[in-house]
Design a protein around this ligand. Structure first.
Ligand SMILES: [Fe+2]
Length: 236
């Protein structure tokens, strides 16, 4: 299994997954702004995009999933209870999607949003905004459908994975080297917290530092309705 991180220049991470012996590929958390780049990349390698998967309903960018579904006939995959429209394949803990000789399992990890999930593929977990690298901690829980208590309770999900899995996150500063879960257990402050109060205080501080989500009023409705808005201010 080859895992390639595609958006070197931004904080939002998109992953292309390709197996060794097949032309089938999938994209995790594609960003609408780069859709044409993804389509050209997949075509230039002779790959067939089977799945475009959103780890959750994003508030900070428009997902590329529904555009890729239209342009390439791939499936748009999300957690079964998502409010987002345009999804063609809903998954839960019992789902296993295959592409080539690869398979993907899904683990519900609500908190950042109610529809957040962790994807497990080979020796990798794709954590979306449920878990970031090291001091990045976790995603904020104050956006629509976010619940701090759920996020704290969902962290127990990580105990089912071996320390050797690579944690592939949904956001981190450009150039961040992805690390193993074992490394994150030592270096991510959230994973050594022992009380809910510590977690709540960390979240409250984090939200204060992050402030307003600049794209939310355009990106969130676009993702919920599965429609590209007439005007996208940051692409004008
Ligand atoms: Fe998010």
């Amino acid at each position: 299994m080859r895992v390639e991180q595609l958006n070197d220049e931004g904080w939002a991470k998109t992953y292309l997954l390709v197996t060794e012996n097949s032309a089938e590929a999938c994209l995790i958390d594609p960003v609408y702004d780069f859709t044409q780049k993804y389509v050209e990349l997949v075509a230039s390698r002779g790959l067939t995009l089977k799945y475009a998967i959103a780890t959750h309903t994003h508030a900070d960018h428009i997902t590329g999933c529904f555009t890729l579904k239209e342009e390439t006939n791939c499936e748009y995959v999300m957690w079964k209870d998502t409010a987002s429209l345009g999804v063609s394949k809903y998954v839960d803990e019992n789902s296993s999607l295959t592409f080539g000789e690869g398979s993907i399992k899904f683990h519900h990890a609500p908190g950042h949003t109610a529809d957040s999930m962790i994807l497990e593929v080979d020796n990798h977990i794709f954590t979306g905004d449920f878990l970031f690298t090291g001091k990045g901690g976790v995603g904020r829980d104050d956006l629509p459908s976010g619940r701090m208590e759920d996020h704290w309770n969902s962290l127990v999900n990580l105990s089912k994975f071996s320390g050797h899995v690579m944690v592939q996150t949904g956001h981190d500063p450009p150039g961040t080297k992805m690390q193993t879960l074992e490394w994150n257990r030592e270096h991510n402050p959230i994973l050594s917290m022992t009380s809910w109060e510590q977690y709540r205080d960390w979240q409250n501080d984090s939200v204060k530092q992050l402030g307003y989500v600049s794209k939310i009023k355009v990106a969130l409705p676009a993702n919920i309705f599965g429609e590209i808005p007439e005007v996208i201010p940051w692409l004008e």
